[in-house]
Ligand binder design. Structure first.
Ligand code: CIR
Length: 258
């Protein structure tokens, strides 16, 4: 039997100084952000995940968004080199959390990758060619993953932070897509659910075991997901969304043999 270990990190005191690219800065209620994060962690636990909390980094504004620091597959974990310089100090404590679980590899300069740009569906790995992830980083990721049987394909995005802002997988064969944010679309081989056009940030959903964690802020897209038989756990993530965070970004899920 496999279990899922979910690595998370508490919301930093400095969240209000987060990086922002496509979202206007607005006041963040830190206490509410922490309560919303606690509910997210509880949802992971009730989905059957074993939650482990990485070392706190109170001065690093974006440290709660652990997804960007590492790409995990069954065979190894690749520590990224995030595209935003302010985020490059987040990785070492994630390396500590991952060392017992996977052999570690690293993306080196001049390569950059944000984990939010990396969508794995089975043995297919799609990587956003965004402002955060460059071709050198994608080439290095391919060199780490191809020997283990993964294909790695760059996908151009537009007007959004990461590839997983534009597309995520909600089942083995179903993608949830905002087509307007994809400049390339190699997802024709999957069943597709398009977001409601009035909910442009709605394409980011987190599969955890048999359920999908999803923002309550996108009810019309949620209806489309429910109609397709997806079992949603709705969460209020308003304060993390103000920091341009999404649902996948606050955890790293690692499948581990029990
Ligand atoms: C950043 O711009 O890096 C953070 N404020 C948000 C990162 C969100 N990461 C993600 O969705 N994977």
């Amino acid at each position: 039997m496999n279990k899922i270990v979910a690595i998370v990190r508490d919301v930093s005191d400095a969240l209000a100084e987060c990086e922002l690219s496509f979202v206007e800065r607005s006041p963040i209620d830190l206490a509410l952000a922490r309560r919303q994060h606690a509910a997210y962690v509880a949802a992971l636990e009730s989905a059957g995940c074993e939650v482990r909390v990485a070392a706190p980094l109170p001065a690093m504004a974006d440290a709660v968004f652990v997804e960007d620091t590492v790409v995990v597959v069954d065979e190894l974990a690749v520590l990224t080199r995030p595209g935003a310089e302010s985020r490059r100090g987040e990785g070492e404590s994630m390396a500590e959390a991952l060392r017992p679980l996977r052999p570690l590899a690293r993306i080196e300069a001049p390569g950059t990758i944000d984990g939010g740009d990396v969508l794995r569906i089975g043995r297919n790995v799609y990587v956003g060619r965004s402002a955060r992830s460059n071709d050198a980083g994608i080439e290095q990721l391919r060199a780490h993953l191809a020997p283990h049987g993964y294909s790695v394909e760059g996908v151009r995005t537009r007007e959004c932070l990461h590839l997983k802002s534009a597309v995520t997988a909600v089942a083995d064969d179903i993608v949830l897509v905002n087509p307007r944010w994809l400049a390339d679309d190699p997802f024709g081989g999957y069943r597709r659910i398009e977001i409601d056009p009035g909910e442009e940030h709605a394409a980011n959903a987190l599969r955890a075991g048999d359920v999908v964690l999803y923002p309550a802020a996108f009810p019309r897209t949620a209806e489309r997901l429910c109609a397709a038989g997806i079992d949603l756990r709705l969460l209020d993530l308003s304060e993390l969304q103000k920091a341009e965070g999404a649902t996948t970004c606050c955890s790293v899920l690692v499948s581990v043999r029990d």
